[in-house]
Design a protein around this ligand. Structure first.
Ligand code: NAI
Ligand code: HPV
Length: 416
């Protein structure tokens, strides 16, 4: 059994209790199954929590699981002295204050590829739906109108798809689009290997001017904030379509609505919005509602059974490995360490402020207790150091007590 000591005096929590897990936003049951099999106590909620409510619910919680909707600000982390790790059961981690989480010694894990294919397939569907105006025709027939028209409908074969953000999703989408006979160009701030016959556009402007469909696959960052606005829509071809399944902050919705109303753009498919409801029972309003040839979906790009089941397993596995061995491989905000557990040794994990002399202080503590260090791995970033230390004698409790007394200490925990 493990014991933990935390610097936050308001919430000292011992890992001698079962590990408490809070899973929000309808995380797939595959996660609960794995976590429960470890003896962890899992509470699963359907919706997201607002920051204040989250801060209250985090008391006594060791592992938090969220998806894209739960914002995790520093204030929530500051009250969560017992929180060991956060699992983002999705790709994006912009909803978490990652630097604050790092400073509090809390690694965040995500699932970087598990829903990639699902998003790419949805975008392919949307390209065809938009160019054939299928949703509008379908709505008409549902309401008894028979409007058999070819005007404005096109094949996708030979058309140009412009992909902004040629990462995992963008590049996978490019491959699928080429198999339909589309010409693929992309714009990325990093140099990327062009797959198939795709090619990199010299600038965002060039991509916008050449594409029949522009699709966004960038993360939410300062550089992507509102990257598509009035000026960018004006650079797009008349009749071209915009697809956004990245983040709502990337597109100026008002400017998009205007470009659609003026008929400069021929259509749009939007999956993500600047403000999204916390639960499925909340209502939703956007300026894009009821515009012709506009497909609106409720942030479902990654919502397939295949993706959700796989994400549940992937992130739960990372959390379990972290609890059981301290492995931080794949954590998006943390120094990476993964060291095999050595039978007969006693493992201590320590997160400390990255200041001079910490290792010297810790090694002196161990040596004063006449223990031997069997293995020691330290990985650091600008703010913190993460130390995994295996001792050949069971002096973990006094070592932990002494380390917790150092002014460098952020979090110290005994694994075995
Ligand atoms: N609608 C949905 O349900 C889903 C949405 N997403 C969103 O899609 C985003 C992309 O996912 P991945 O492809 O896995 O990420 P990725 O990290 O593999 O690719 C993102 C690409 O964008 C590029 N990029 C960053 N800033 C840029 C800029 N200013 N201009 C041009 N390119 C820029 C990066 O260099 C990178 O190549 C995620 O961050 C997430 O926000 C992801 C999964 C599901
Ligand atoms: O993976 C992502 O980044 C997504 O946007 C999917 O989010 P979700 O899990 O559907 O809340």
């Amino acid at each position: 059994m493990s014991t933990a000591r935390f610097p936050n005096p308001s919430a000292p929590i011992s890992l001698q209790e079962p590990i408490q897990v809070l899973l929000l936003e309808n995380i797939h049951a595959s996660a609960e199954k794995l976590l429960a099999a470890e003896g962890f106590v899992v509470e699963r909620l359907a919706g997201a929590l607002k920051p204040q409510e989250l801060a209250e619910r985090l008391r006594g919680v060791h592992l938090l699981g969220i998806r894209s909707k739960t914002t995790v600000p520093e204030e929530a982390l500051a009250h969560a002295g017992g929180l060991l790790a956060i699992g983002a059961f999705c790709i994006g981690t912009n909803q978490i204050d990652l630097p604050a989480s790092n400073r509090h010694g809390i690694p965040c894990f995500n699932a970087p590829f598990s829903n990639t294919r699902s998003v790419a397939e949805m975008v392919i569907a949307e390209i065809i739906v938009l160019t054939r105006q299928l949703f509008d025709r379908s709505r008409e027939v549902h309401t008894g109108q028979w409007r058999k028209v070819a005007t404005g409908s096109h094949e996708v074969r030979g058309k140009t798809l412009g992909i902004i953000g040629y990462g995992h999703i963008g590049s996978q989408l490019g491959v699928l689009a080429e198999s339909l006979g589309m010409r693929v160009i992309y714009y990325d701030t990093m140099t990327k290997l062009p797959l198939g016959n795709s090619r990199s556009a010299a600038s965002l402007g060039e991509l916008l001017a050449e594409s029949d469909f522009v699709t966004l696959h960038v993360p939410a960052t300062a550089s992507t904030h509102m990257m598509m606005g009035t000026a960018e829509f004006a650079q797009m071809k008349k009749g071209a379509c915009l697809i956004n399944a990245s983040r709502g902050t990337v597109v100026d919705i008002g400017a998009l609505a205007q470009a659609l109303r003026s008929k400069h753009l021929g259509g749009a498919a939007v999956d993500v919005y600047p403000e999204e409801p916390e639960t499925n029972s909340d209502g939703f309003l956007t300026e894009l509602q009821n515009l012709p040839n506009v497909v609106l979906t409720p942030h479902i790009g990654g919502s397939t059974e295949e993706a959700q089941e796989s994400i549940g397993r992937e992130v739960a596995t990372s959390l379990i490995k972290f609890v059981r061995s301290g492995a931080t491989t794949g954590a998006v905000n943390f120094p990476q360490v993964e060291a095999p557990l050595i039978p007969g040794t006693h493992r201590i994990l320590n997160v400390h402020r990255n200041i001079p002399g910490v290792l010297r202080d810790i090694n002196r503590i161990v040596s004063d207790l006449n223990a031997n260090i069997h293995a020691q791995v330290l990985s650091t970033d600008a703010n913190i150091g993460y130390l995994v230390m295996d001792l050949d004698q069971d002096v973990s409790a006094p070592v932990c007590d002494a380390i917790a007394g150092l002014n460098s200490d952020i979090k110290t925990r005994i694994v075995s």
